[in-house]
Design a protein around this ligand. Structure first.
Ligand SMILES: [Zn+2]
Length: 273
């Protein structure tokens, strides 16, 4: 893991330990207070959130219909929407790039890397490994759309956050199993928003990239990416193996779809007279 990524991962895990005991959904207020966030300003704004350093602590701004500035300790983070929770966790991630006097640390990652590191921190804070393990069950691996949904519901996060978090926990991933989430953007283009995959059959294929259309192999394995009917479709992989895939709608709005692909042995079909 590159240096910045491993540092942010350690910082997030240390914060989780400092705030123990924790359970789902994570009490982000506790984490935010520990990191010196004193106020949360809910306000209409063009982006999801922002953070600023003031004399007595950090002030986090969260996009909202209302305009209200409240002490951080007074915010029930479990009542925020999954999107606001992700943003708050992301802003907590930003505090890792300030020193004890709330001055930006040097060296500082460039803006794009910084945002990606804060997203990484948010995923770890919202879905700590020990709680994910407990939720999935001892000895079990992450291997279904239903599991992603259950985890998202327990942790009050979007299923996409679950996919991207699980992708970073190698020992919980099922071998030869891929789960993607795709969102339909204006103009009809499908964009990858979540990726969790593991195993030999996928290692030789181009890895789907976040915020980009899925690579061509996805469409060639899955019958119809936008049909979303949940029917299992089979396509040959060779040597007695096949891909078994299904697409399932991810939300009521109809702009999110899960694509699940497993590698299975071709069933021997015995002819009966
Ligand atoms: Zn940010």
């Amino acid at each position: 893991m590159p240096l910045w990524q491993s540092q942010i991962s350690s910082a997030a895990q240390f914060l989780i330990r400092q705030c123990a005991p924790l359970r789902f959904p994570i009490d982000l207020t506790k984490l935010a207070v520990k990191r010196g966030i004193t106020q949360i300003h809910f306000r209409p704004m063009p982006c999801d959130g922002a953070i600023g350093a003031a004399a007595d602590g950090f002030v986090v701004q969260l996009s909202s219909d209302k305009d209200q500035r409240v002490p951080c300790v007074a915010v029930d983070s479990t009542a925020l929407s999954p999107r606001q929770r992700f943003t708050l966790a992301h802003e907590i991630g930003h505090t890792f790039f300030y020193d004890g006097a709330r001055r930006a640390v040097r060296p500082h990652p460039n803006a794009r890397l910084l945002e990606s590191l804060c997203n990484q921190a948010a995923r770890i804070l919202l879905l700590p490994e020990f709680l994910v393990e407990r939720e999935i069950g001892v000895g079990r691996r992450f291997n279904s759309i239903e599991m992603a949904r259950d985890l998202a519901s327990s942790a009050v996060v979007s299923p996409e956050v679950v996919l991207n978090r699980l992708d970073g926990i190698e020992h919980l991933k099922e071998t030869d199993y891929a789960l993607l989430s795709l969102r339909l953007r204006d103009g009809g283009m499908l964009i990858t928003t979540g990726v969790c995959l593991h195993g030999g059959a996928f290692s030789t294929l181009p890895r789907p990239a976040l915020h980009a259309p899925p690579p061509r192999w996805v469409a060639s394995i899955v019958a119809d990416l936008q049909s979303s009917v949940g029917v299992i479709h089979r396509s040959a992989l060779g040597d007695g193996w096949e891909f078994a895939s299904r697409c399932v709608p991810g939300n009521r709005a109809g702009d999110l779809v899960f694509v699940e692909i497993r590698v299975e042995m071709v069933a021997v079909r015995v002819a009966v007279d």
